[in-house]
Write a protein that binds this ligand. Structure first.
Ligand code: DON
Length: 343
């Protein structure tokens, strides 16, 4: 007669439970409690809502019309829990926050992160996002995928038969990252398309140097449309949370990006996400993040969460002042600086 000892039964239970649970497990680790996360988003919003520094970007005329007072803060965890305060449903243009996501799509399209190294570059410039000078002094010309020239080169690398398919593939990838339907904000697109002579210059400089991989004005136009995709702070936080969760969208549980491309994408964000303020950002917040002149910033805490700030007033580097302050505050409060909390 066999006898089942209580300990054996317990182990059997653990084994069966592990077999059932592990395939569905997220990549989430040590996520702060719901109470702590709702407190920090509330505090970050309350602390910085009266900051008036900076101004909405106006070199894209339509952007100057976005209400300057908007301010939203959102956290989405790697388990898909959502914490928000303020204007988190307002759709603003993603602008340069789009750049790391398209770079990730390119890595996935070519089945290797080396495509970025070989065909674009990865060095930060210490210069502004649209610097022509950087393209002249950095040997790779395209510089890195997070400045305009490298972002235009990224778009040119997306595998597509024509312009429509090029944009559609980017849009569908972004929608899978956001777990939501997204739309282009047409007024901003038209406004930028009519005033983007400098980006066209980037396109032709890349062309003259053999560093663009589609017809150059096609790449510039698709890049402009990509920048005009509307996202809310909440949707952007889901996009970031997909990176935090190793490429699996925590809302849909679908794998959007192979996990091996996530650290490469985050490395680009850490070194170049804030252009000429990337060093300052690493020094203060210590998180891989990306800014856009639409006022959005997404920061990623690997394995834990994405933190998004949205507020249209930007500084001279094109980075949202209130969003930077809010994310920096939350990073400090949670002790999630990737270099260590220093505590
Ligand atoms: O190409 C441009 O100038 C804009 N579509 C994007 C620039 C941008 O967002 C810079 N970031 N802070």
């Amino acid at each position: 007669m066999t006898q089942t000892y209580p300990l054996q039964a317990a182990w059997r239970f653990v084994l069966i439970a592990t077999l059932i649970v592990v395939p569905f497990a997220t990549h989430a680790q040590n996520i702060p409690s719901a109470q702590v996360l709702s407190r920090v988003v509330q505090e970050a919003h309350a602390k910085f809502k009266d900051v008036k520094d900076g101004a909405p970007a106006d070199y894209i005329p339509e952007l100057a019309k976005v209400p300057a007072e908007l301010f939203g803060v959102a956290i989405v965890t790697a388990r898909g829990d959502v914490y928000t305060v303020g204007d988190v449903d307002y759709a603003f243009t993603i602008q340069s926050v789009s750049k790391p996501f398209t770079a990730a799509l390119v890595m996935q399209d070519y089945g290797s992160a080396n495509v970025i190294l070989e065909k674009i570059g990865v060095e930060p410039t210490g210069q502004k996002f649209n610097s022509i000078l950087a393209t002249q002094i950095i040997p790779q010309v395209s510089v890195n995928p997070l400045v305009n020239s490298g972002a235009i080169a990224s778009v040119s690398l997306v595998k597509a038969k024509n312009k429509e398919e090029r944009f559609e593939r980017i849009m569908q990838f972004f929608e899978r990252l956001a777990a939501d339907k997204l739309t282009v904000i047409e007024d901003v697109y038209q406004s930028e398309a009519a005033t983007n002579q400098r980006n066209r210059a980037h396109g032709y400089i890349l062309f003259a140097s053999d560093r663009i991989y589609s017809e150059p004005m096609e790449a510039v136009d698709v890049y402009t449309r990509q920048c005009s995709i509307g996202v809310s702070a909440k949707q952007l936080a889901v996009m970031g949370a997909t990176l935090a969760n190793s490429g699996v969208n925590p809302i849909t549980n679908q794998r959007v990006l192979e996990s091996k491309y996530v650290p490469k994408t985050l490395a680009l964000m850490m070194t170049a996400g804030f252009y000429n303020e990337s060093g300052l950002w690493a020094f203060t917040a210590g998180l891989p993040a990306k800014t856009g002149v639409g006022g959005g910033i997404v920061a990623v805490v690997p394995g834990k969460m994405a933190i998004v700030g949205f507020s249209p007033r930007v500084n001279d580097a094109g980075n949202s002042v209130r969003a930077m302050k809010a994310i920096e505050y939350i990073s400090d409060q949670l002790g999630v600086n990737v270099f260590g909390s220093g505590r």
